[in-house]
Design a protein around this ligand. Sequence first.
Ligand code: DGT
Length: 141
Amino acid sequence: MAAETKNNKHLKKRTTWLGVVAGVIRKEDKILLGLRPAGSSLPDLWEFPGGKIELGESPPEALKRELQEELGIDAEIGKLIYAGTHTYGKNGIILLFYEVKYWKGPITPKHHTDLKWYEPDEIKELSLPEANKKMLKELGL
Ligand code: DGT
């Protein structure tokens, strides 16, 4: 076996990391969550609106685009609240949560099966992706 092939073999066992952005959108004491569509990965789980960072985008740019696509709003992305990691087998996500305080336009479900405003206490009781469950405390929820 060529030395290069041998040396790169361990890379195959490594995790592939994907950057994902999510918005913590607040109205008074409530937070907006969306129900993931049936045909998607992690179907029928409540998530923070957002998605994968695409090539060439900064994380806030990616979140601004996702919130436009998913909710139809022109959002102003605030501070990074928390960055966490989660692995699904060989795939890992780096999940970046941003504060979203201001936006223009009515929130419209363009992607999710349902959108709802939840009190922090209610969020703990919902079906959420594993990645989110373990990060609620860090998000102050
Ligand atoms: P898909 O369903 O694989 O075609 O991908 P997308 O592009 O519809 O899903 P997207 O963009 O929301 O992907 C984000 C990934 O991060 C997905 O594997 C689910 C995972 N994830 C875990 N927690 C959250 C969360 O709170 N919000 C979002 N948007 N994704 C989350």
